[in-house]
Design a protein around this ligand. Structure first.
Ligand SMILES: *Cc1c(COP(=O)(O)O)cnc(C)c1O
Length: 486
């Protein structure tokens, strides 16, 4: 198989086979989406998910920790559902041996709808209500308490009855931040967890465990994109040292499981997967060998690194124009699907690949151009001054690496509809004939089969979600005491 990305570069020597395979599959999926009518003038934007790529990442995560843990060590990899809150994705990961980390009643419901059992689910949120805590304990879901007040609520609930839930405390090791302030969870003043280096806090945490035999876990998540792995490792080391201290003072192995969070950064600059799970696991094992010798069970909570590189937003170029000599492609992908990139382009640059109206990688010399979205504000730009083959009317712009925190995180600006999301598999045997499609999939040209992961939002749904059934709410007789007033 020839390893070429859509800009024609030969990338065979640049990265391993699975990264190259992913780029080739993506090109095949874009073409097939156009050929099969999932994308076109009437459906100018879709999200595509590479099922084989997701399976590969899940397998790589499992293998990375299998390679560094003592045989028999319990390891739960819990997918941070917020990264891609789509039920079929959570189900696919569950089938690949990955559980769920949830942080709201909605995410818990998604994980349950996907069939993830309670013992493979972890609840972490900084604002859990008493009802949420009660439900989690009743279900037997692992809970990480964020702060002393939450621990008091848990005290009261634990006194009411027994629960199968493993319970821990989330600590902030305060090891410092990364390059993206908004995603740095281990700064001195981060809002998450118990700030371990604040005066008196470490002793408070140890006492909290000594007073509560049911506290058996310890949790830290030191940040997401922008945190260097060395800093993540430092956070894990601090957490491990605290577990050792608690267990020594307790005179028993009270803390039996460490939850080391997620946060492995993703490379948005090329198709290369870097850093890899295997590299991170090796670094961790070198820095904190005691964590892997079988005395502790492990929980991880990766999100972005499992899904980002397997998602692509493809949007039709509705118009091509120019302003001040700058070509501008006006597409259907903007702030509604790439919110972070549009509002904070410096922190969240995304690659854009150009395809022609048939979904074939576009050839031609690079032209510096802007790639704009459909929303009505000037800053709705996916890329500014980007060198690409010139995008023309009816072409497609593919926004790469958008499988996590992008098309599943719709932002309702301008009442733009949530696009459909389709999963795809590519027949890589190279026969080029259609694949055998199972229930719910549509086999087609080029050996690419699609399955609907999420249907597009309809205009009727937009009206309903915008209070359509309460159209008269404000113009009727709204006075205290009158029917209709809440
Ligand atoms: C967001 C989050 C994660 C996942 O972070 P990624 O950067 O997507 O891997 C894991 N754990 C907690 C507590 C989080 O808030």
């Amino acid at each position: 198989m020839e390893a070429r990305v859509s800009d024609g570069r030969d990338i065979s020597g640049e990265f391993d086979g699975s990264d190259a395979g992913r780029a080739v599959r993506r090109d095949g999926a874009v073409r097939a989406a156009v050929e099969q009518g999932l994308l076109g003038p009437g459906t100018p934007i879709v999200g595509l998910l590479d099922v084989a790529g997701i399976r590969e990442s899940a397998a790589a995560l499992r293998a990375a920790f299998d390679a560094v843990t003592a045989p028999g060590t319990p390891v739960l990899h819990a997918f941070a559902v917020k990264a891609t809150p789509l039920v079929p994705v959570v189900r696919l990961l569950h089938e690949e041996g990955i559980g769920a980390e949830v942080a709201s009643p909605g995410e818990l419901a998604l994980a349950r709808a996907a069939g993830v059992p309670a013992e493979r689910t972890v609840l972490d949120s900084p604002a859990k209500t008493p009802d949420e805590l009660r439900e989690a304990l009743a279900l037997g879901i692992a809970v990480n308490a964020d702060n002393p007040q939450e621990l008091e609520r848990l005290d009261a609930l634990m006194a009411e009855g027994t629960s199968a839930s493993p319970v821990g405390i989330r600590v902030n090791p305060q090891v410092g931040g990364g390059s993206i302030e908004a995603l740095s969870t281990a700064t001195a003043t981060s809002k998450f967890g118990v700030a371990l280096r604040d005066e008196g806090t470490r002793e408070w945490v140890v006492r909290a465990y000594l007073d509560r035999p049911w506290l058996t876990r310890l949790h830290a998540h030191t940040g997401s994109q922008g945190i260097p792995p060395a800093l993540m490792t430092e956070g894990v080391r601090e957490t491990y040292a605290l577990a050792e201290e608690i267990n020594e003072r307790a005179g028993r192995r009270q803390v039996d499981t460490l939850d080391i969070g997620g946060g492995l950064p993703v490379n948005f600059a090329s198709d290369e997967t870097t850093p890899t799970y295997a590299e991170y696991a090796r670094v961790l094992r070198e820095a904190v060998p005691g964590l892997f010798d079988g005395r502790y069970g492990l929980v991880t909570e990766f999100g972005r690194s499992l899904l980002a590189k397997h998602g692509t937003i493809v949007a039709r170029v509705e118009y091509a124009k120019s302003a001040g000599d700058r070509p501008i492609a006006v597409t259907h992908a903007g702030v509604q699907v790439a919110t972070r990139t549009v509002y904070a382009p410096g922190s969240w640059p995304l690659r854009v690949a150009a395809y022609d109206g048939k979904g074939q990688p576009k050839e031609g010399p690079d032209v510096v151009q802007d790639v704009a979205g459909p929303a009505c504000f000037a800053g709705d730009l996916l890329a500014v001054g980007r060198a690409l083959p010139l995008l023309e009317q009816g072409d497609y712009a593919a926004v790469l690496d958008t499988g996590a925190y992008y098309f599943a995180h719709h932002y309702a600006y301008n009442s733009l509809a949530r696009p459909a999301v389709h999963g795809f598999t590519v027949d890589e045997t190279g026969t080029g004939t259609g694949t055998e499609a199972g229930a719910g999939t549509e086999a087609g040209a080029g050996g690419v089969a699609f399955a609907t992961v999420r249907t597009a939002q309809t205009v009727a749904e937009i009206v309903a979600e915008a209070g359509g059934e309460h159209a008269d709410a404000l113009t009727g007789e709204l006075r205290p005491g009158r029917a209709g007033a809440v």
